[in-house]
Design a protein around this ligand. Structure first.
Ligand code: PSU
Ligand code: MN
Length: 310
């Protein structure tokens, strides 16, 4: 991976790390533009970068700015993005549209995977992945097929129970995505450490997960490995309590006929309000923790140049 597509801009810090084969961690920005309220969104994005940096890796925050795909943002660019209204949520579908129109936007898990892979980045930290929405309809996040085709180690806290979690795990299996639990046997439900659903394998360290990801890719599979990390004990919420907020948020979404990409941000916003801010603390705590875990894993994964010669 020695070149970047046109319309990509790589920051000097990320370019240098990539050149030297130093660990890099991709970070998404839909969490900044659509997932968290202001001003916590900017604080969270900065703190995730700082956690990555403090644990020995270079953060590569990814976003669309004026029709360019940016790999690594300046402080000013991050600040700008956190204040803009009416931004597009960029998933795999949206690159051409946003570039042609010169738009800016926050990249979702699928959008970040596309861009990170183009830049040769092998590790990505986020909060929760999108999945199969409840209700047995056709709303399945583009995150799932993207995970099935992009060789990146994705560190997250599972998926929120606004989704159908058993169905989400089924689709991950169909897509060939192994789900590894860090010091847990259970798939975390984002705000909660428990879901009653099993992971495929438990590891005790991020390095162990990195070794499994390398073995996966070296065996010829071109897909993601999902490392799930429960939210830290201090901020995690009991599953039963979260479920009642989610039930109400889902009812409201149905009544208001919310659909398409607006569903996830609507549900997140309603749960944050209904929980009186508790869900926000959980969200922030797990984002920072996942950034740290990803940095530790990235140190155990060789850079793109060396990986190609294996
Ligand atoms: N789930 C969350 N918080 C989020 C998202 C998902 O708990 O911020 C964001 C992620 O960027 C994810 C996207 O990739 O929403 C999924 O959106 P959709 O359901 O429209 O595919
Ligand atoms: Mn959707």
């Amino acid at each position: 991976m020695n070149y970047l597509p046109p319309n990509y801009v790589i920051s000097p810090a990320v370019a240098r790390a990539r050149q030297l084969g130093l660990p890099v961690v991709a970070l998404e920005t839909a969490v900044l533009t659509h997932g968290l309220p202001r001003p916590e969104n900017l604080r969270a994005a900065r703190e995730m970068e700082s956690q990555v940096f403090q644990h020995g890796a270079t953060p590569a925050t990814i976003a669309l700015l004026a029709g360019k795909v940016h790999i690594g943002l300046t402080t000013e660019q991050l600040e700008q993005l956190s204040r803009m209204d009416g931004l597009r949520k960029i998933s795999r579908r949206d690159f051409g549209l946003a570039i042609a129109r010169g738009e800016s936007g926050g990249t979702t898990v699928s959008g970040t995977l596309v861009a990170a892979h183009q830049a040769g980045i092998r590790v990505f930290a986020t909060g929760g992945i999108g999945g199969v929405h409840r209700g047995g309809g056709m709303d399945v996040s583009a995150d799932l097929p993207e995970l099935g085709r992009t060789p990146v180690l994705v560190v997250c806290s599972g998926a929120k129970s606004i989704l159908d979690l058993p169905a989400t795990l089924e689709v991950l299996e169909t897509q060939g995505v192994p789900v590894i639990g860090l010091q847990t046997d259970e798939f975390p439900a984002f705000y909660s450490r428990e879901s009653g659903l099993q992971v495929n394998l438990r590891v005790e360290t991020p390095q162990e997960a990195a070794q499994i990801a390398l073995a996966h890719w070296q065996s010829g599979v071109e897909g993601a490995v999902l490392l799930v990390v429960p939210p830290p004990e201090e901020v995690a919420l009991p599953a039963r309590q979260v479920e009642s907020w989610i039930d109400q948020a889902l009812r409201e979404a149905g009544e208001k006929h919310i659909h398409g990409p607006a569903v996830t941000p609507f549900l997140l916003d309603r749960v944050a309000h209904l929980s009186g801010g508790a869900s926000l603390q959980a969200n922030l705590g797990l984002l920072f923790n996942n950034a740290r875990v990803a940095a530790e894993a990235a140190a155990a994964i060789p850079g793109p140049t060396r990986l190609r010669s294996v």
